[in-house]
Design a protein around this ligand. Sequence first.
Ligand SMILES: Nc1ncnc2c1ncn2[C@@H]1O[C@H](COP(=O)(O)OP(=O)(O)O)[C@@H](O)[C@H]1O
Ligand SMILES: [Mg+2]
Length: 319
Amino acid sequence: MSHHIVEFRDVHYRYPDGTAALNGLSLRITHGESVGIVGANGAGKSTLLMHMNGYLLPHSGTITIGDFILEKKTRQEIRKKVGLIFQNPDDQLFMPTVFDDVAFGPLNLGLDPEKVRERVDEALGTVGCMALKDKPPHHLSSGQKSAVAIASVLAMRPDILVMDEPASNLDPRGRRYLINLLNDFVHTRIIASHDLDLILDVCSRCIVIKNGRVMADGPAEAVLSDSALLEDNNLELPLSMQKNKTRTKGGVMNDIQKLVHLIEHWSEHNEEHAKTYREWAGKAEALGKADLAATLKEIAEKTVQMDLLFSKAKGLCKP
Ligand SMILES: Nc1ncnc2c1ncn2[C@@H]1O[C@H](COP(=O)(O)OP(=O)(O)O)[C@@H](O)[C@H]1O
Ligand SMILES: [Mg+2]
């Protein structure tokens, strides 16, 4: 079982006008990972993503998706596994109604009409767009279009979800909705975005692309707190990391400063979470689930203790 591995080995791609967009790119993403792809405009993120479902084919190098090596004849199989959401939803939506657009993929999978309807309802429900079912996509707002484009891919039940700048058309509420949706998606997620806070919220790993190559690859919190690396790629520290930012003169943090940063980030939501666990413990109690309520309370207590440990760790960072 090789399952749902995405592997690029020394991949090169040149656009018809001669622009070399991928220049020996290699990476390997395994099942269930959530990976952010970041980099300056023109770095090659979209080109990389468009290879993941065979929308583009490499000029040299090898791309393996699950059990298949990407080539013309495996493209159809790969597209059943990989759901690619384009940056511009207008590239994704082309049918007369939202229903038809979301049904398009499942119909192509050969599902019967009853199953197709189920898939459409489920996918539109997930993105909160049930009410738009009969509308023509070109009447929707750009945020609604993005949500429907996401539904059209979710309806295929992909094993690997690939998104290009998914938050760029969304209002804050839509963005939060998207973050929750991505956090609930259990399979592989690969997300290119300039919204580094979104990447931080959703991805455990982050890859920096520059000139069509991998510049850095590591835990999202480490990569996205490296101000020198980010600056070199026309990016800025995520807003959540700019709070209490401590920098040395040259603008580059040393490891201990980075660690303080990371600890602040790791512990950021503990208090909030503990409160939520207690609330739900109360609800569980009301439902007659005493053991569940007790366990949730225990989780809340341990979360609070974790907060104390983080404070202690932060204290120990001082010289
Ligand atoms: N259709 C195209 N034809 C020619 N060059 C392109 C095309 N699309 C993108 N490029 C070029 O390829 C490079 C990588 O672009 P892209 O993958 O869109 O980067 P990113 O998504 O990181 O902004 C850039 O130099 C861009 O100008
Ligand atoms: Mg792009």
